[in-house]
Design a protein around this ligand. Structure first.
Ligand code: AKB
Length: 317
């Protein structure tokens, strides 16, 4: 029997919040030299991503992407390079260009080189008409430009799968909470910033109202969900391949503040909602992830108490 093909992975947007954690885990699984980290930004000295190959890459440069895939003999791409909701509302043209153009680049490269692709979606695909406990299948009418680009991304994945047989998959990520790399440009960033502020200043000005409730997930769960989805046999991947709902937990901003106050003496928080409140209000409180559970066995592990302990421990290192 021929030896199974080695897995060699390319990650776009590798220096971002998800990329930093995902590259570390992929390198642990496949060996440092088999995971090519790429980003539009120069590699700083102080990141874990320095322990293996790194190349500068714009996700819009399909030719350069194709060359790197051939040079490093890549078998799958994790496409994390994207503009998030807040930056997307500030610069809608750039958001459409990077998010839609980048996904097309990756899918074209995958089609031409027979690669598997992971391209994440988001809870931002939902809009104000979505039930507050968001079903897997429901009309997608987001109000943010970012959300619209994520709907387009899901449609592109389905199109490349049906027309060209490209095995592309995605999750609708909730707000992600992690300590290794800062979040940036997103609405759910308050759930990360608050920990840094609590430990460094003892105070946080939160930009959403205390009763704002959103779907959230700890990064360790998100990385596990990503890899479980990608490693599942193709026969287990159903109609939701482009954007599986995955639930972690849901909490209000006030519940998060209270949980941190229990662990950080003297922590205070003011609520000063700004325009980001509108984006949060357009998203559901929680998601129904029955399809992910049924198709490939998804189950979250982190509750709020475990997240708070883990964030405080990680940031205190
Ligand atoms: C954002 O807030 O823009 C992202 C997301 C929910 O996709 N974290």
């Amino acid at each position: 029997m021929p030896a199974p093909e080695a897995t060699r992975v390319m990650v776009t947007g590798a220096l971002g919040q998800i990329g930093t954690d995902l590259v570390e885990e992929l390198r642990r699984m496949h060996g440092n030299e088999n995971v090519l980290a790429t980003d539009i930004r120069e590699l700083p000295d102080h990141t874990g991503v320095t322990n293996g190959p790194f190349e500068l890459l714009s996700v819009l440069d399909t030719d350069a992407m194709d060359s790197l895939v051939k040079e490093y003999d890549i078998t799958k791409i994790f496409h994390l390079g994207a503009i998030l909701s807040v930056t997307g509302e500030q610069n809608p043209k750039l958001c459409k260009k990077i998010n839609v153009g980048g996904t097309v680049s990756v899918l074209e490269t995958a089609k031409n080189n027979n690669l598997q692709v992971y391209a994440p979606s988001s809870i931002a695909v939902f809009g104000p008409d979505t039930p507050k406990h968001a079903p897997q299948i429901t009309p997608l009418n987001p109000t943010t430009t970012y959300g619209k680009t994520k709907v387009t991304g899901e449609n592109l994945i389905n199109e490349y799968w049906k027309k060209h047989g490209v095995d592309a998959r995605g999750l609708r990520y909730p707000g992600l909470i992690s300590w290794k790399s800062p979040a940036g440009g997103g609405t759910t960033d308050y759930a990360v910033e608050i920990f840094n502020a609590a430990l460094n200043q003892g105070h946080y000005d939160c930009f959403v109202r205390p009763n704002t409730k959103l779907p959230m997930m700890y990064m360790d769960d998100a990385i596990r969900a990503t890899l479980d989805l990608m490693n599942s046999p193709i026969k287990k991947i159903g109609k939701s391949r482009a954007g599986y709902n995955v639930s972690g937990l849901s909490f209000t901003a006030q519940e998060l503040v209270d949980a941190i106050k229990d662990k950080v003496d003297g922590f205070t928080c003011n609520f000063i909602p700004d325009v980001r409140q509108n984006y949060a209000d357009s998203w559901p409180d929680s998601v129904n992830d029955a399809s992910a559970k049924k198709d490939w066995g998804w189950e979250a592990e982190y509750d709020l108490g475990k997240i708070v302990d883990s964030m405080i421990e990680g940031l205190s290192k």
